[in-house]
Ligand binder design. Structure first.
Ligand code: MIC
Ligand code: SF4
Length: 638
């Protein structure tokens, strides 16, 4: 039986367990990435493991989410990250060098390798035929220390691409079409593997847009084969020697399958509220907007931004709205400067900000009350753009630029513009790694002192759970709660990512401002949730903050993969129960039978009994019983 690309990469990296669908494996990780808002926790956790130097082939610590340092605490975080990278043997990508995923696929991603990153959009690098997975900081810390990454072997969904994209329709429309078909839950438990004749019509940046936003389907990751296009891209980055060919065998077997005919795709947008709230642009054409934001790890590439400049050639953006551009990386910025695209943007009236996450994570350019912003980013939950009252519409760069010109939602297929042609194809891209500091040699790293400003607080000890968990339902929420709902991002909290006691005060801030103080007062209790609890960002703060507030367990209908792992790593038990609990119900849960995956619980208020389930592997159970991943890892190595 032939193999999929997924199986080919996984099979060369299984260190523990058997590569069988549904069973738990320990995966060897070649590369790790962290970024500033999850990275401080990841590096604090790495440090507490007591390992003197990273053991994976390559570790990179990026600064991108807080690169503009709205608060001094962020500058302190950057220095902590820089000195930690120097102490422990990692690369350090300075503020302004770009968004982690864009820089990583330009400078490090390599076919056939594995990458674990403390950011949910880590799959961006899978565009080059690697298995790149997003995880919580604790898992990344363990992988940096040479430990395996444990996961259940996912199923593989074949996405067969046929035909080629028409002008004005782009890779973003492909992933929006996938989301339209399978929703924000449809990828859970899967790796999405792209194949078919349409693959060779897509450049690496286009593939990266697709694997980036595959995260929004809940998939473990997405992957493209490694072909001549991959080789060309690596050659243009001066890294051709890292190329290997990877393709699925003719008789490879997939668990499910869909076909997308690129030729008949039309421009799509995700209307406010969820990345799967998809509408064809032609149905919402003329919709009033106040802002357009172009950039992010989804659409910040040279291909996208230079295509945007071609559309703006000889035109101006509407004077009724604001239009902002942020390139994905310093390399993209240099290419746009070099080929004259930057000039076009400035002349057209576009405001430009350095490469980074910015508006995507609510750090600046926060829209006003009820304002609509068309963005080329990947997420549009309420609250995501830094305000609960802003309304975000997700689109391709082409749709965003057409809308910027019109001053309202507009169809890019109606704009006449020149075809994108990669100006750098023959000679290669401008490669300047001067903002990417290489690891310090081991002999010198011993002298480096990690810089720790007062805002950087150590993590409190993880303690084993009591035999019986008692407390009240302190919060009851519905389906699709995202980690942005649990712990909002943006300027409200971004500077507090290294200070759990402080950031925990913002837990469920937009949903119930009293939650954090009530939890602290009650010395813990439970959260009751619905389906796909914890979808979205890998932010482990969304698990660590409730833990900091002494929440002992969550009882939900189902969980998103990364958040469930983060809860276990924090020692908070992710129970599943279809029964309903009411706010303030007093609950008592007996953990005696936890290892069996079923425990008895009493609803003391309603005088009823029920069974709570929890899907835990053997290692997960041991982690919970130790009080969390760090306590477990330390116990194991002592
Ligand atoms: C996001 O896009 O939600 C983030 C911000 O990049 C997060 C990480 C974080 O919370 O810092 C992610 O995607 O994991
Ligand atoms: Fe940054 Fe936005 Fe990408 Fe997250 S999704 S890494 S915030 S650009």
């Amino acid at each position: 039986m032939g193999l999929t690309v997924t199986e080919k990469v996984l099979s060369t990296h299984v260190g523990d367990g058997k590569l069988e669908k549904g069973s738990v494996i320990g995966l060897r990780i070649d590369q790790c990435l962290t970024q500033d808002s999850t990275g401080t926790m990841a590096w604090l956790q790495f440090e507490s493991l007591g390992i003197p130097r990273v053991k994976c082939e390559t570790a990179v610590s990026y600064v991108d989410h807080t690169s503009l340092s709205f608060k001094g605490e962020s500058s302190d975080d950057h220095l902590f990250l820089k000195t930690s990278a120097q102490k422990f043997g990692a690369f350090y990508s300075k503020a302004g060098n770009g968004v982690c995923h864009q820089v990583h696929y330009e400078r490090f991603a390599a076919p056939g390798k594995t990458l674990l990153g403390s950011d949910s959009h880590t799959p961006t690098s899978s565009s080059l035929g690697m298995i790149a997975i997003g995880a919580g900081g604790a898992d990344v810390a363990v992988a940096m220390g040479g430990g395996y990454f444990y996961m259940r072997v996912p199923k593989v969904m074949k996405i067969n691409l046929e035909g080629f994209l028409r002008k004005g329709v782009s890779a973003k429309d492909v992933i929006l079409e996938v989301l339209r078909r399978i929703s924000v839950k449809g990828g859970v438990g899967y790796i999405l593997e792209y194949t078919g004749p349409g693959v060779e019509t897509l450049s690496i940046p286009e593939r990266a847009t697709i694997t980036n936003m595959g995260a929004e389907t809940g998939a473990t990751t997405s992957i493209f084969p490694s072909d001549e296009i991959t080789r060309d891209f690596l050659r243009m980055q001066g890294r051709e020697r890292e190329w290997v060919k990877l393709a699925a065998d003719e008789d490879a077997v997939y668990d499910s399958e869909m076909t997308i005919d690129l030729s008949i795709l039309e421009p799509l947008v995700a209307m406010p509220g969820s990345p799967d709230n998809i509408k064809p642009v032609k149905e919402v054409e003329g919709f009033e907007i106040q802002q357009v934001y172009i950039g992010s790890c989804t659409n910040g590439s040279y291909r996208d931004l230079s295509a945007g400049a071609l559309m703006l050639e000889g035109r101006r953006v509407s004077k009724d709205i604001e239009v902002i551009l942020s390139p994905g990386s310093r390399q993209v910025e240099q290419l746009l400067l070099d080929d004259g695209s930057y000039n076009t943007y400035v002349k057209a009236g576009v405001r430009i900000v350095e490469p980074g996450c910015h508006a995507c994570i609510g750090m600046g350019y926060v829209p006003g009350y009820g304002h609509h912003s068309v963005r080329t980013v990947n997420r549009n939950w309420f609250g995501r753009g830094g305000s609960n009252d802003a309304r975000l519409i997700l689109s391709s760069v082409e749709t965003a630029i057409a809308s910027a010109i019109a001053g309202k939602l507009a169809d890019p297929t109606k704009v006449d513009f020149d075809d994108f042609d990669d100006f750098y194809y023959e000679d290669g891209y401008i490669v300047d790694d001067s903002m990417l500091l290489p690891p310090v040699a081991q002999a010198d790293s011993a002298k480096i002192e990690i810089s720790r400003a007062p805002n950087i607080k150590p993590i409190k000890p993880q303690l084993p759970p009591e035999k019986i968990l008692k407390g009240k339902v302190l919060l009851k929420v519905g389906d699709g709660i995202s980690t942005d709902d649990i712990l909002p991002a943006g300027s409200l909290t971004q500077h507090l990512r290294s200070n759990l006691p402080e950031i925990a005060k913002y837990t469920y801030y937009y949903i119930d401002k009293t939650f954090a103080s009530r939890a602290l007062e009650a010395n813990g209790g439970f959260i009751v949730g619905g389906e796909n609890y914890g979808q979205g960002s890998s932010r482990e703060h969304a698990a660590l903050a409730p833990w900091q507030l002494n929440i002992k367990a969550v009882i939900a209908k189902s969980y998103a993969r990364i958040h469930k792992a983060n809860l276990i790593n924090a020692g908070v038990i992710p129970f599943v129960c279809k029964d309903d609990f009411d706010f303030e119900d007093e609950i008592s849960i007996n953990l005696d039978t936890l290892a069996s995956g079923k425990v008895k619980a009493q609803n003391v208020t309603k005088n009823s009994e029920m069974v709570l389930e929890v899907e835990l592997g053997e290692r997960d159970y041991d982690i919970i019983m130790a009080g969390g991943l760090l306590a477990y890892t330390r116990q194991k190595h002592s």
